[in-house]
Design a protein around this ligand. Structure first.
Ligand SMILES: CC/C=C\C/C=C\C/C=C\C/C=C\C/C=C\C/C=C\C=C\C(=O)SCCNC(=O)CCNC(=O)[C@H](O)C(C)(C)COP(=O)(O)OP(=O)(O)OC[C@H]1O[C@@H](n2cnc3c(N)ncnc32)[C@H](O)[C@@H]1OP(=O)(O)O
Ligand code: FAD
Length: 607
C-alpha cells in the first residue's frame, strides 16, 4: 500500500542513533559529492584530464589550459592506453618527435597497436587529448611524456587533419558505461607547438635539449595515484548501494517456515543469508573508513610534494595501488553476491543490481589492473624487507615489518571466542600473517640468482602476501576510526560489531593463511567462527538501520527491491507493466510466424 512503511518494524529495532550514523558514513563529504561521484562515471566528466594538467603542466601552461578545461571551453580526454599496451605504460608506442626546424612535436602512431584505445570521452566528445607518447629527440627515445593535442575543431567539432578517431563500440552488456564514449585515436604526423608538451617535470628547450626531471620520474604517474585513491571511495559507494538493496529486500522477502498459518520466515533470518550479507555490510563501512584515511594520506603527500619531500611517495603508490585493487575486487564481487542474495528478482533490471554490476566491474581493470597493482605492492614490500638488514626502520603502513622477528615468534593467545573481539588481538594476528607471508616470499626470492626471475616465479605468492598486507591496513584503519570520539547512542558499539565482523570474516575466509603461517591454531580458528556467528545475531536487529544510514534516496538506488518503504511486490508488478512488451497482448511476429505453425494440420499423429 502506498505510504505504508513495510520496514517500520525493522527500523523500530535499531539500537543506535541513525542520524549520527548517517553523519559518520558521510564523513567529510556531503551528499552532493556522494551523488556527483556516481554521476561522473556515466557522464564525460574530465575525471583525469584536469588533474593531469595540474600535475604535469607548468604554471604558465596551467594558466593557459585550466580555465578552458574548467569552463568546458575544451573537453579533454586522458589518452594513455593503447591497443597494445595499458598496464605497461613504459611500453606505449605513440611517438612525439621534436622538429627543431619548426619548434614543434610531430605525433605519430607508428603501428596499429599504437592506436590509442579506451580513453573516456575520446570517441565522440573530446576536443583535446592529454596524449601520452614517447619523446624522441635526434632519434633518441626519452620515454613516455604528456602532450596536449587538439583533436577536433572548436567550430564544427570535425576531427583535425592527421587525426582519426572512433568509438571502440559497445561494452559489457547494456550497462550505463555505454554512455561513455571510450574511443580510439590514430595520429598521422600531427604537429603541435613545443609548448604543448607538459613541462612541469621535464623540459625540451628551443634548441632541442632534454632537461630531465629533478624530481622522481614517477610523479608523471601522479594522476593515476590521485584517481586510485578516489576509486577506493567509489568502491564504498558502489558496494553500499548493493548492500542497501539486498538488505532491505532480505527483510521483505519471506520464504518457507510458516507454521499453522504464521507468516513465512524473513530470509534475512536465515544464517546462510546473514553469513553472506553481513560481511558485505561490514565491508562497505570498512572501505568507507579506509578511503577517508587514504584521502588524508594523499592530501599529506601533496603537501610534502609541494615542499619537495618525496619520502612518502613510494608508500602512497603502494597504498593507492593496493587498496584500489582490494576494494574494487571486494565491491565488484560483493555486488554480484548481493544480486544472488535477492534470488530471481535480483536478476531483473528493476532491481538496479545488474546495472550497478555492469557499470562497476571495470573498476577492477581501469586505473590499473588489480593483479598488476598488487604486484606493485609486492615490490614495495620486498624492497622494504630488503632494507631491514641495512637498519632501515619501516614506518607507516609497513611499520609492523620492523617487528618481523618478533612477529615470526607470535602465537595467538586466544582462549575464548570473545577474545577475538579485542582489537589488539585481531591486529596482532593480521600483522603476523602479513609479516610471515612477506618474509616467506623474501626468503624464497633470495634463492634466485636473478631477482626478477624469482619475482616472476613467485608472483602468485607475492600477490597473496600483498593482499594480506592491504587487508591489515583496512582492519587497522577500521580500528583506528573507532578510537576517535563518535557520539550518539549505540553508534560506536554497532560500528564495533561491524569492525569485528569485517576482521573475523577475513580471518575465516583466509584461514589457510593463518594456519599455514602457524599464527593461530585450528581451535582458535574455530573460536573465531563461533564469535562471527554470534556477531551476526547482534547485527540482525540493526541491519535495516545500518543501511538507512547510507542515506540513499530511492531515486539514487533506482531499485524496486531496495525501496525505503519495502513496498516491493506491487512496485515490481507495476514496473514490469512499463515494459514495451506489454503494450500489446499479441506479440509482434505472431501472425506471420507462430500462428501458421499452430494452424498446421497434424501429420501422422505427430505434433
Ligand atoms: C552504477 C555505478 C554505481 C556506483 C559507481 C560508484 C562509483 C563510480 C563513480 C565514479 C568513478 C569515476 C571514475 C572512475 C575512474 C576512472 C575510470 C575511468 C577512466 C579510467 C582511466 C584509466 O584507466 S587511465 C589509464 C590507467 N592506466 C594504468 O593504471 C596503468 C597501470 N600501469 C602503471 O601504473 C605502471 O605501468 C606500473 C606501475 C605498473 C609499472 O610502471 P613502471 O614505470 O614500469 O614502473 P616499475 O618498473 O614497476 O617501477 C619503477 C618504480 O616506480 C615506482 N612507481 C610506479 N608507479 C608509481 C606511481 N604511480 N607513483 C609513484 N611511484 C611509482 C615503483 O614503485 C618503482 O619504484 P622502485 O622504488 O621500486 O624503483
Ligand atoms: C571502462 C574502462 C575505462 C577506461 N578508461 C581509460 C581512460 O580514460 N584512459 C586510458 O588511458 N585508459 C583507460 N582504460 C584502459 C585501462 O587503464 C587499461 O585497460 C588497464 O590499465 C589494464 O591494462 P590492459 O588493458 O593492458 O590489461 P593487461 O595488462 O593486458 O591485462 C591482461 C592480463 O594480463 C595480466 N598482466 C599484465 N601484466 C602482468 C604482469 N606484469 N604480471 C602478471 N600479470 C600481468 C593482468 O593481470 C590481466 O590478467 C579504461 C579501461 C576500461 C575497462
Amino acid at each position: 500500500m502506498e505510504g505504508v512503511d513495510h520496514l517500520a518494524h525493522e527500523r523500530n529495532k535499531a539500537q543506535f542513533d541513525v542520524a549520527v550514523m548517517k553523519a559518520v558514513w558521510a564523513g567529510s563529504r556531503d551528499a552532493y559529492e556522494l551523488f556527483h561521484r556516481f554521476s561522473r562515471l556515466v557522464a564525460n566528466d574530465p575525471e583525469m584530464f584536469i588533474p593531469a594538467i595540474k600535475a604535469q603542466a607548468t604554471e604558465e601552461q596551467q594558466k593557459q589550459w585550466l580555465p578552458l578545461a574548467n569552463k568546458m571551453k575544451i573537453i579533454g580526454s586522458y589518452t594513455q592506453t593503447e591497443l597494445g599496451h595499458g598496464s605497461n605504460v613504459r611500453g606505449l608506442e605513440t611517438t612525439a618527435t621534436f622538429d627543431p626546424k619548426t619548434d614543434e612535436f610531430v605525433l605519430n602512431s607508428p603501428t596499429l597497436t599504437a592506436t590509442k584505445w579506451w580513453p573516456g570521452g575520446l570517441g565522440k566528445i573530446a576536443t583535446h587529448a592529454l596524449a601520452h607518447a614517447r619523446l624522441i629527440i635526434d632519434d633518441k627515445d626519452y620515454g613516455v611524456h604528456g602532450f596536449l593535442v587538439q583533436l577536433r575543431s572548436l567550430d564544427d567539432h570535425l576531427t583535425l587533419p592527421g587525426i582519426t578517431i572512433g568509438d571502440i563500440g559497445m561494452k559489457y552488456g547494456s550497462g550505463a558505461y555505454n554512455t561513455m564514449d571510450n574511443g580510439s585515436l590514430i595520429f598521422d604526423h600531427v604537429r603541435i607547438p613545443r609548448n604543448q608538451m607538459l613541462m612541469r617535470l621535464s623540459q625540451v628547450t628551443r634548441e632541442g635539449k632534454y632537461v630531465p626531471s629533478n624530481v622522481p620520474r614517477q610523479l608523471s604517474y601522479g594522476t593515476m595515484v590521485y584517481v586510485r585513491q578516489k576509486i577506493v571511495f567509489d568502491a564504498s559507494i558502489a558496494l553500499s548501494r548493493a548492500v542497501c538493496i539486498s538488505t532491505r529486500y532480505s527483510a521483505v522477502r519471506r520464504q518457507f517456515g510458516s507454521h499453522n498459518g504464521s507468516p513465512e520466515t524473513q530470509v534475512i533470518d536465515y544464517k546462510t543469508q546473514q553469513a553472506r550479507l553481513f560481511p558485505l555490510l561490514a565491508s562497505a563501512y570498512a572501505i568507507r573508513f579506509v578511503s577517508e584515511w587514504l584521502n588524508s594520506f594523499y592530501k599529506d603527500l601533496l603537501q610534502r610534494l609541494e615542499a619537495k619531500d618525496f619520502s612518502t611517495l613510494p608508500e602512497a603508490h603502494a597504498c593507492t595501488a593496493g587498496l584500489k585493487s582490494i576494494t574494487t575486487s571486494v565491491a565488484a564481487d560483493g555486488i554480484e553476491e548481493c544480486r544472488k542474495l535477492c534470488g530471481g528478482h535480483g536478476y531483473l533490471t528493476s532491481s538496479g543490481l545488474p546495472e550497478l554490476s555492469a557499470v562497476y566491474i571495470p573498476a577492477c581493470t581501469y586505473e590499473g589492473d588489480n593483479v598488476v597493482m598488487l604486484l606493485q605492492v609486492a615490490r614495495y614490500l620486498m624492497k622494504t624487507i630488503s632494507q631491514l638488514k641495512s637498519g632501515n626502520k619501516p614506518v607507516g603502513t609497513t611499520a609492523y615489518l620492523g617487528r618481523a622477528e618478533q612477529l615470526m615468534q607470535y602465537h595467538s593467545d586466544v582462549l575464548r571466542a570473545e577474545d577475538w573481539l579485542k582489537p589488539n588481538v585481531v591486529v596482532e594476528a593480521f600483522e603476523a600473517r602479513a609479516a610471515r607471508m612477506s618474509m616467506a616470499c623474501a626468503q624464497n626470492l633470495s634463492k634466485f640468482n636473478n631477482p626478477e626471475d624469482g619475482f616472476q616465479e613467485l608472483s602468485a605468492d607475492l600477490v597473496e602476501a600483498a593482499t594480506a598486507h592491504c587487508q591489515l591496513i583496512i582492519v587497522s584503519k577500521f580500528i583506528e576510526k573507532l578510537q576517535q570520539d563518535i557520539p550518539g547512542k549505540g553508534v560506536k558499539e554497532q560500528l564495533g560489531v561491524l569492525r569485528s565482523i569485517y576482521a573475523l570474516f577475513l580471518l575465516h575466509k583466509h584461514i589457510g593463511d593463518f594456519l599455514s603461517t602457524d599464527c593461530i591454531t585450528p581451535k582458535q580458528g574455530y573460536l573465531a567462527n563461533e564469535q562471527l556467528r554470534s556477531l551476526y545475531s547482534q547485527v540482525r536487529p540493526n541491519a535495516i538501520a545500518l543501511v538507512d544510514a547510507f542515506n540513499y534516496t530511492d531515486h539514487f538506488l533506482s531499485s524496486v527491491l531496495g525501496r525505503y518503504d519495502g513496498n516491493v511486490y506491487p512496485k515490481l508488478y507495476e514496473e514490469a507493466w512499463k515494459d514495451p512488451l506489454n503494450d500489446t497482448s499479441i506479440p509482434d511476429g505472431f501472425h506471420e510466424y507462430v500462428q501458421p505453425m499452430l494452424k498446421q494440420p497434424l501429420h501422422h499423429g505427430r505434433l
